[in-house]
Design a protein. Structure first.
Lengths: 259, 517
């Protein structure tokens, strides 16, 4: 049997900084093609765990294996070129055009010029933006369009894995919903393996196949959303029930009832 | 006026070349040192503080003092290095100026470099890590272009500072646009002073505009502007350096360096020596505006080949003696001691004396019935002493004070020209005059006699550096000057340069000396 694409073995991390949250012995596997949402409150350790996968943060204990190989055996920069990374801040390079931003990883990998140009056009199609946007500066784009470029940049060198840290967190609700759906479609079409950190349970339930719930650096539960609602852990059950209760209250208010 | 302007134009190639070469190299070295330091300081807070504090500290040292400090520093270093390398470091001229100005240019570049690098949006840096850039790739592809506009603004500031401060390098013997300012100030040649200021300001303005073009280019990511600005800078430096460099190329290989202290008589005598050497086909350069202590050591170290000093100055300052033997004894002993201790050749006296003397306005001396320094003693507590910049710290003043028990109400220092002005205005009652000064007769001053012979004699003598000790051409050019300049002739020449109306340049006064001797 093929090894899981991502495997975290007893990962531990302690920060001696001002915010001393930690990761405590987390074991987690993500199969090829899976869409996993990492959920939990602020300070639960979701982002830290995500960044340990592409070595933006090094763990103090345990190891990360990608496709069966230990991540720490490869140079960090080279490893990251093979993993898409999208985050809330987007971080488009302001001194480069949209096209140059998208072409970053192929350029680092030394692709031929013609190949890079063709790929940039392909990616703009893929994220639903006109090809002539390639020549524009990033700050001429709306927030949603910028994050589409962020996704295109992450996908440029056809990485099998996408790591996303609150990717749609800074967008307005409508843009957020539509971009989330577009990304899910891309995930399926390209056969990606995605780990997405979000504090929005509704988004996690709607987009992900599996959810991992974290609290205080611990992994409380992992499973399909439907299965987790019946979890024996009261924290997990409450978390999963939150969108349903919220939806009910929203519906009540919109109907003129006070709930 | 027209004469002065024409003379100023003639000196421009040399001064401009020196100035541009010095400022451009200092700025370049400043950049080369500051940029890596700025990168280091932006990454490590524990480096940032000491680096910026040190750069600020350098900035608080007055630029003239910074330039002056490198002279003893290089002399000391030279003493250490000489046995290893086999030759000495030049302690005057280009090297100390370059070092001081390089240090001086670093603060704005460092400060803006650190601000530019630490001011980058952290999201952009996270993205650079996230896409898999190595640390050097991140630096060159992301941090450098984003910090460039801020860094360039710092470079502009540094350029303007450096070009301005380079005018002061004249004081340590580097030829620069400051040559006009220093000599103009000494000889009250305001055309020269203005010419030097205007040239240096125009240069700073031009550099600022071209660097501004590069800064704008970096800000708007416009390669054309950057290329245009850079091309302008390169062309400008080449154009400014070319005339002086060509002259250097065509100059005879064996070029003599003539030193001059910071007053008119010295400028004139340096011009006279230069004219004589040039007439013999030799190449000549002049380092002027040097202090009494610096100039002898520069000669002994070989940074200068020849200059005129005064026996009394050498006696007290160099030999450290405070007795006052008769002139002939002093001359003989100096000749022997300077040769024995420093290898310096005292070729001989020029024939006139330029002694320190206390002088008063004629009417004032008459009114107070003061004819000698001894008469001055009871009056001194009510009077103000005006001196040149070095007199009060010289041993002669200490000798005078102790011999006559002088104690003035106040003591003020002036550059020599302003000192005579202060006496005329009544701002000072007694001044430390120079006996060869034409203004003594012209202004009707009374020179106070020195009955106790506290001040030694000050015969002007030609000194030659150890490495030119047996130089036939130099001797051929200089020997006819020995005993050839009478005090009246020298006073007349000095007055030509120092008077307010119908002013002549030191070069013209030198020509007069040549015909009058």
């Amino acid at each position: 049997m093929a090894p899981p694409l991502i495997a975290l073995d007893r990962i531990g991390k302690s920060f001696d900084g001002e915010r001393s949250f930690a990761i405590r012995h987390v074991d987690l596997t993500v199969e090829r093609g899976a869409f996993l949402a990492l959920v939990g409150g602020s300070g639960a350790g979701k982002s830290t765990l995500l960044k340990i996968i592409n070595r933006l943060i090094e763990p103090d204990e345990g190891q990360v294996r990608l496709d069966g190989r230990a991540a720490k055996d490869r140079p960090a920069a080279e490893l990251r070129r093979g993993i898409g990374y999208v985050f809330q801040g987007v971080g488009l390079f302001p001194h480069m055009s949209v096209g140059e931003n998208i072409a970053t990883v192929p350029r680092l990998l030394g692709w031929a010029r013609g190949e890079i140009e063709a790929r940039v056009g392909e990616l703009l199609d893929l994220v639903g933006l006109p090809r002539d946007y390639a020549a524009r500066p990033p700050d001429a784009l709306s927030g949603g369009q910028q994050q589409r470029i962020g996704i295109a940049r992450a996908l440029a060198a056809r990485p099998p894995i996408m790591l996303m840290d609150e990717p749609f967190g800074a967008l307005d609700p409508l843009t957020r919903a539509s971009l989330g759906e577009s990304y899910r479609a891309l995930h399926d079409r390209l056969g990606l393996t995605t780990v997405m950190v979000t504090h929005d349970i509704q988004e996690a339930v709607l987009l992900a196949d599996r959810m991992a719930v974290m609290k205080d650096g611990r992994l409380l539960a992992v499973g399909e959303p439907a299965g987790l609602t019946a979890s024996s852990d009261p924290d997990v059950a409450a978390l999963l029930d939150a969108p349903r209760r919220q939806a009910a209250r929203v519906a009540a208010r919109l109907d003129g009832r006070h709930g | 006026m027209d004469d002065s302007l024409a003379a100023a134009w003639r000196l421009l190639p040399g001064a401009l070349t020196g100035h541009v070469l010095l400022s451009a190299s200092a700025l370049m070295f400043g950049l080369i040192l500051s940029l890596p330091l700025a990168v280091l300081a932006s990454r490590h807070a524990q480096v940032r503080w000491p680096v910026l504090a040190l750069a600020s500290l350098v900035q608080t040292v007055p630029s003239l003092a910074l330039l002056a400090l490198f002279y003893p520093l290089l002399l000391a270093l030279s003493a250490v290095i000489r046995p290893i390398l086999g030759h000495a470091l030049p302690a005057l001229g280009f090297l100390p100026s370059l070092l001081a100005l390089t240090l001086y240019s670093m603060l704005p570049i460092l400060r803006n470099g650190v601000a530019g690098l630490t001011g980058i949006d952290p999201d952009v840096l996270e993205a650079a890590d996230g896409v898999g850039m190595t640390a050097p790739q991140k630096l060159w592809q992301v941090q450098a272009p984003l910090a460039a506009p801020v860094v360039m603004a710092g470079v502009r500031t540094a350029a303007v500072w450096t070009i301005g401060a380079a005018t002061l390098s004249t004081a340590v013997g580097q030829s620069s646009l400051g040559d006009y300012i220093f000599s103009g100030l000494q000889t009250e040649n305001w055309v020269y002073v203005l010419f030097g200021c205007a040239a240096s300001a125009l240069l700073a303005l031009a550099a600022d505009q071209l660097l501004g073009l590069i800064e704008a280019g970096a800000r708007r990511r416009d390669g054309r502007r950057i290329a245009l600005g850079a091309a302008g800078l390169v062309l400008g430096v080449c154009a400014a350096v070319a005339p002086g460099a060509l002259a250097q190329l065509h100059a005879p290989a064996r070029s003599y360096v003539i030193g001059a202290k910071n007053f008119s008589e010295q400028f004139t005598l340096a011009a006279l020596i230069g004219d004589r050497l040039r007439a013999d086909g030799a190449g000549v350069s002049v380092k002027q505006g040097l202090g009494s202590a610096v100039i002898f050591r520069a000669l002994a170290a070989g940074d200068l080949d020849v200059y005129v000093d005064y026996t009394g100055t050498l006696w007290t300052n160099v030999l450290g003696r405070n007795d006052t033997p008769p002139p002939q004894v002093m001359l003989t002993e100096l000749k022997r001691e300077l040769a024995a201790r420093y290898g310096v050749v005292l070729l001989g006296p020029l024939g006139f004396e330029n002694a320190y003397a206390l002088a008063m306005r004629g009417d004032r001396a008459k009114a107070l019935a003061v004819g000698s320094i001894a008469d001055l003693e009871p009056r001194a507590p009510d009077l103000v002493l005006g001196s040149d910049l070095e007199f009060l710290s010289r041993p002669e003043w200490a000798a005078l004070k102790s011999a006559y028990g002088l104690s003035f109400r106040a003591q003020r220092s002036y550059s020599p020209t302003f000192m005579y002005g202060a006496l005329a205005d009544g701002e000072a009652d007694v001044i430390s005059a120079f006996s060869s000064d034409g203004r003594i007769a012209a202004d009707g001053l009374t020179v106070l006699s020195d009955p106790k012979h506290a001040i030694p004699s000050y015969d002007a003598v030609l000194l030659i550096s150890p490495r030119r000790a047996h130089d036939e051409r130099l001797r051929r050019a200089l020997l006819p000057l020995i005993g050839a300049i009478r005090i009246e002739t020298m006073r007349q020449a000095n007055l030509m340069v120092d008077r307010d109306r119908d002013k002549r340049t030191p070069a013209q006064a030198a020509a007069f000396l040549e015909t009058a001797r």
